[in-house]
Structures are given as C-alpha cells and as structure tokens.
Write a protein that binds this ligand. Structure first.
Ligand code: HEC
Ligand code: HEC
Length: 373
C-alpha cells in the first residue's frame, strides 16, 4: 500500500522536519521589492492615472478593448480563456496581473525585463489593442480625466518626445499594478505556524511538492518560481509539434526594445536588471522554453500553461504524473522531469495543496476604475 494512503487512513497529520519547517517559513508572505527603473512606482497620483488607464477602452483601435478585457478583476485578473481575444485572437494565455510586480521577467517568454516594459507592446499589438503611442500621448495630456493629474506628476509634457510620454504611461500602469497583491494564503499562515490553516490532505500535498515530487526544483522561493525558462512538454493547443519558440525569440526582442531596464527611458540604466539584460544571449535550449510561472493564486487562474493547453489543475497534475503526451522541442534535450505515477489520493493531496496558495484579493477600490476628480 502506498505510504500516503496509509497516512490518510490513519489520519495522522504529516510530519515536517525542522529543516522543512524553516524552508516553509522562508516562503511565506514575501515583500514586493521596489523597481528602481520606475521613478513613479510608489507615486500615488501615478497609480491613480494607471488605474484609470487599466479600465479605459478609449485607447484601443475599436474603442472597446482595455487591459481589463483580458485581465478581469473578478477572475483574479485573468480572462478564463485558453488564449485571449482583444481586437482579434492572440496565441497565448493571459497570466494574472496579481503579484506580477515581483517578477524577474515579464510575459511567458520574458521579452520584457521590467513591469513597465510590458504595456506599450500590448497597446500597439494589432491583435490586442491596436493602439498608437501618439494617440495615447495625446489623450493623457489633453483628456480631462488625465490632463490635470498628468500635469501634477510629470509637469507640462506636451512637448516631450512621444516615447518618453509612452514610457510614463507604462510606468503609471506599473505603479497601479504594483498595488495588486494577493498574498496571505492558507499556505502562508501554515508556514508561519498556524497548523490549522491547511487540511491534512493539503499538508501531504505540500510534503510531496517540496520532496519526492521535485516541484521545488523550478517552483521555489516565496513566489514559487525560479524566474527561469524551461519546457515541461505541453504541446500546442491544436496538437502537433511545438511551433512557439518562446524564450529563444524573446531575447532578440528584449535587445531591440526601446522600453527596457537599460533603455533611455529607464530610471536606472545601470542597475542590476539592466546589466543582466545587457549580457544575456540566446542558447539552443531556449527554443520552446517558457517562464516558470508563480503558483500563487493558481487555483483561481485556469486554464493553464502558456497557451492554456490544460483546462484544470487536475489536468496539470495528470500531466506531471504521466508525462504521457510529452512534446519535446529537441530530441537531444535532457529533461529533469520523470513521470510521478501518483495514485488517486496523491493527486487529490497535490491539488489541495495548490488550492492553499490562494490569497486574499486586493481591496475593492482597486478593482475598478477610480472616481473621476
Ligand atoms: C487581448 C488581451 C489582452 C489585453 C487587452 C491586455 N493583455 Fe496583458 N496579457 C495578455 C496576454 C495573452 C499576456 C501574455 C502574453 C505573452 O506572454 O506573450 C499578457 C501579459 C501581461 C502581463 C505580464 C504578466 C506576467 O506574468 O508576465 C502584464 C503585467 C499585463 N499583461 C498587463 C496588461 C496591461 C497593463 C494591459 C493594458 C495596457 C494589458 N495587459 C492588456 C492579454 C492581454
Ligand atoms: C523543470 C521545471 C519545472 C518543474 C520540475 C515543475 N514545473 Fe510546473 N511549470 C514549469 C514551467 C516552465 C511551466 C510553464 C510551462 C508552459 O507554459 O509551457 C509550469 C507550469 C505549471 C503550472 C501551471 C501554472 C499556470 O499558471 O499556468 C502548474 C500548476 C505547475 N507547473 C505545477 C507544478 C507541480 C505541482 C510540479 C511538481 C509535480 C511542477 N510544476 C514541476 C516548470 C516546472
């Protein structure tokens, strides 16, 4: 009989070693470090501008798409779709914006190295919002909702180069998004000593996650991610061989973007982020690799993986358990994944643990467009 099954039959709570308990404590309720490349990150007025922008469809080509179209507050800032649709369909799944500010790289392929490096790409993507940065600059400096606030934060900027205004728009969005935090999950309370915060099933799932399951090799630390890029063998939505080059194509985009940590628009062009981005080079194994996503709030953000290929957490656990449809980008590539052969109880436990990572959503006033002054 399986060890976990015996445990569950005996109803003995799983036992964590002292070493495991201190590991868990180090993963509880992290703080979001501030981003030195964004001078207005902590500016309250900038965050209000960002909050207006996030819910405002007037920038999009058809006047109907805002950030909130694909990052809906009620769905933990995702859209519940396998791949998103803005002006038209895109090829990737919308990740949550909650806790996004802590990340090392942004987007599934990490083609942005700062949070504010993300919005201009999305605004101007023809399938997403189809906006134009001249038009965006025009609106924020003249529309009554924005103009006064804008003047207060950035002064008279009608004559600023358009890229500077576009970068400031992006920095305001980042100031708002930095407030969108969802922590204090049952896992955090458990890790900080409240032994009743997680069910025994979830505790067994946690033990498996940090032990035998090997999940911690990639999903480690307080954000449950190594901030790096891997393939876990999930093929494209419509089957067949992998076609999305992922990290491989992203590195060139990162080097040519005007909105990165080391670009003229950055407020810390010589900081750590900038230095790492400068020296990064693409390697063969980057082809088809995607960022290890954070697992915080994961139960609230289906479907899963970079193109929403897996509908439920049960499907994800089944994938890691059997690796049955494993698709490899390169036949010579080694993978550290091995089928975990979980039994029914093991799967239930692992899912129960993943559900214990759901934190409290941000306060209501951050979940909608702010009042107009
Ligand atoms: C058409 C749907 C759509 C719209 C509109 C949209 N997004 Fe997204 N967003 C996505 C998708 C899809 C991704 C992932 C794309 C990728 O990885 O290539 C994403 C990625 C992101 C990320 C990166 C998250 C991470 O974990 O790396 C952030 C932050 C974000 N969007 C914020 C915004 C903001 C701010 C706006 C408005 C300016 C916006 N989005 C508009 C669909 C959308
Ligand atoms: C080799 C590194 C690696 C290991 C080991 C690993 N993961 Fe992942 N995980 C990833 C990557 C990379 C993705 C995203 C893959 C993609 O989109 O193609 C991912 C995606 C996920 C997702 C979907 C998250 C989302 O928002 O879409 C879940 C859930 C998950 N992993 C849980 C686990 C569990 C549970 C284990 C242990 C059984 C595990 N992972 C082991 C790297 C890893």
């Amino acid at each position: 009989m399986n060890f976990y099954l015996i445990l569950s039959l005996l109803c003995v709570p799983p036992i964590f070693t002292q070493e495991q308990l201190s590991l868990l404590e180090s993963m509880a309720n992290p703080i979001i470090e501030s981003d030195s490349t964004n001078a207005v990150e902590q500016n309250e007025q900038a965050a209000i501008i960002g909050q207006h922008l996030f819910f405002d469809p007037q920038f999009s080509a058809n006047g109907e798409v805002s950030c909130a179209t694909c990052h809906k507050a009620e769905l933990y800032f995702t859209d519940g779709q396998a791949v998103s649709t803005g002006i038209s369909a895109v090829t990737r799944n919308a990740p949550t914006v909650l806790n996004a500010a802590h990340q090392r790289w942004f987007f599934w392929d990490g083609r942005a190295d700062t949070l504010w490096g993300q919005p201009i790409q999305t605004f101007e993507h023809p399938a997403e919002m189809g906006a134009d940065r001249n038009n965006i600059a025009n609106i924020v400096t003249s529309d009554p909702v924005y103009a006064t606030l804008w003047q207060e934060v950035f002064g008279d900027s009608k004559d600023d180069p358009v890229d500077e205004t576009a970068a400031n728009v992006a920095k305001c969005l980042a100031a708002y998004e930095t407030k969108l935090v969802a922590l204090d999950a049952p896992f955090d309370r458990f890790a900080l000593g409240d032994k009743t915060a997680m069910s025994e099933s979830a505790q067994r799932g946690l033990l498996f996650f940090i032990g035998e399951g090997g999940c911690l090799r990639c999903h480690f630390g307080p954000w449950f991610t190594d901030g790096a890029f891997h393939t876990v063998g999930v093929g494209p939505l419509d089957g067949g061989a992998l076609r999305d080059a992922g990290r491989f194509d992203a590195i060139e985009k990162l080097q040519t973007s005007k909105f990165t940590a080391r670009s003229a628009q950055s407020d810390d062009q010589k900081g750590t982020r900038a230095i790492i981005s400068k020296h990064i080079a693409r390697r063969r194994e980057d082809w088809g690799a995607f960022r290890t996503p954070s697992l915080r709030n994961v139960a609230k953000t289906p479907p899963y993986m970079h193109a929403g290929q897996l509908a439920t957490l049960a499907d994800v656990v089944e994938h890691y358990s059997t690796l049955e449809n494993f698709v490899t980008a390169d036949h010579h590539r080694e993978t550290i994944l091995v089928p975990l052969d979980l039994d029914t109880q093991g799967k239930v436990d692992l899912i129960a643990f993943l559900k214990s990572l759901t934190g409290s959503p941000p306060p209501d006033h951050l979940l909608k467009s702010p009042p107009i002054r």
